[in-house]
Design a binder for this molecule. Structure first.
Ligand SMILES: Cc1cc2nc3c(=O)[nH]c(=O)nc-3n(C[C@H](O)[C@H](O)[C@H](O)COP(=O)(O)O)c2cc1C
Length: 328
């Protein structure tokens, strides 16, 4: 049913940019800028913020921007408009990822309000989960939600397959930790306790010594020999949770943007039901390991994200740059 929107189109645009800041991004690089012209937002990739060692192609950068795009769409819906989106509208300007504007006035439904309420609340988890189960019906709904955005979320149930993913993650983490170029890049985006920076991963966003899970999925070493981190986490939180891989049929910039939109839809939906996600993308940053995973575990589809979903009661810090810094 069409009803008058609750906000003006201009207010919807402002709300969309404000909301997009809270999207997840690799190492919290926030690799995006927004240009507002009238009632239209241009989302651009900020390639200065690309991870040149671990993400030379810009795949993770575009997944991050895809998450920001889904967030903008959700905020525009919540403001009472159908978002009108053109993805990669100009082949001559590959950094222009999408142009978004509020279209017809539409009353936001319950599903939209549910997702929108999580935009600022959702946080990445970096440890084991409590043993509380993730409802199967929720996982089924997450799979459907990812599909609606062009990605495929596959929960990995077989213990052998979970063990392979965990082993690959540990191997990739160990190799990256030995490699000076990878290590320097992680350090560049890791924030010491008390840092005033508004990007990067804060020390309050991960426990100092999380209890290992079985099988164990290696965490990124954001504290890199400094012993940073907040507390030791919940010692009883040793559950791996539900392991899932997000894939796309192709591996083009459009696929990466779709993966990011699928990802954020999954994360907001999960968060609305008290379920958090942990990410382990080290494997996907090493082309030979990623190819192995694609062939052996992803039926030939391209893996874009490896995650664990579960329940946690830990508090986590989050930082974002102010809107003024993002307007290009
Ligand atoms: C493409 C992508 C890859 C990521 N990879 C990892 C990862 O390997 N390990 C991790 O702990 N977090 C990972 N993250 C989560 C980011 O570090 C996180 O989104 C960012 O620090 C902002 O924090 P927040 O999600 O709590 O708001 C990834 C996020 C994205 C979008």
């Amino acid at each position: 049913m069409n009803r008058p929107a609750s906000r003006s189109p201009k207010a919807a645009v402002e709300a969309a940019v404000e909301a997009a800041r809270w999207a997840p991004s690799v190492h919290n690089t926030q690799p995006w800028t927004f240009a507002v012209t009238g009632e239209e937002i241009s989302l651009r990739a900020d390639t200065e913020r690309k991870l040149r060692v671990s993400d030379a192609e810009g795949r993770e950068l575009l997944i991050s921007c895809g998450a920001a795009l889904f967030t903008m769409r959700t905020a525009i819906r919540r403001a009472g408009y159908e978002p009108v989106v053109r993805v990669m509208p100009d082949p001559d300007r590959p950094a222009l990822l999408a142009v978004v504007k509020p279209g017809a006035a539409v009353e936001p439904d319950e599903g939209v309000s549910l997702l929108a309420a999580e935009i600022e609340r959702r946080r990445t988890h970096r440890a084991g989960f409590t043993g509380l189960p993730v409802p199967e019906r929720l996982v089924e709904a997450l799979v459907k939600g990812a599909q609606a955005e062009g990605g495929r979320l596959t929960p990995v149930a077989a213990p052998d397959a979970v063990a392979v993913l965990a082993a690959l993650t540990r191997a990739a983490q160990a190799v990256q930790a030995q490699d000076r170029r990878f290590s320097l890049e992680v350090i560049r985006w890791a924030r010491p306790p008390g840092s005033k920076r508004a990007d990067g991963v804060p020390a309050g966003a991960y426990p100092r010594e999380p209890a290992p899970t079985e099988p164990h999925f290696a965490q990124r070493d954001y504290s890199w020999r400094h012993g940073w981190g907040s507390g030791n986490g919940d010692p009883g939180a040793t559950s791996t949770g539900v392991v899932a891989v997000l894939t796309t049929p192709g591996d083009t910039p459009e696929d990466w943007l779709a993966a990011g939109q699928s990802l954020q839809r999954v994360l907001l939906h999960a968060s609305a039901y008290g379920v958090s996600a942990a990410f382990h993308t080290q494997v996907l940053e090493m082309s030979h390991l990623r190819e192995f995973l694609r062939e052996e575990l992803c039926s030939g589809e391209y893996p874009q994200m490896i995650m664990r979903l579960g329940i946690t009661f830990d508090d986590k810090d989050a930082v974002r740059r102010p809107v003024e810094d993002l307007l290009g």
